[in-house]
Unconditional design. Sequence first.
Length: 78
Amino acid sequence: MSGFLHASALVGTAGVSAAEFLPEVMQLFRAIPGMIAADGVVEFLPRAVREHYRRAIADGHGADGWTRIIDGIRAPRR
C-alpha cells in the first residue's frame, strides 16, 4: 500500500489521476511475489513503511489515519 500511495503522489504532481495510474500500478502489484527473498522475508518494505509512519508522527499527524503518510511523500524533506 505504501508503494501505491508513493506512486500516486508522484504521478499526481504530474497531473495524472489515481484512476488513470491504476492500470499501470497493477503491473507492480503483480511483480511483488518475485521480490520476496528465498527465505520468504521482504525486509525493505517494512522499513519503508515504518519510515513513512515515523515521518507522519514527526509532522504531528500521529492521531490521523494511515493514509496521512501521503502528505510526507508529496512533500519530501530536503
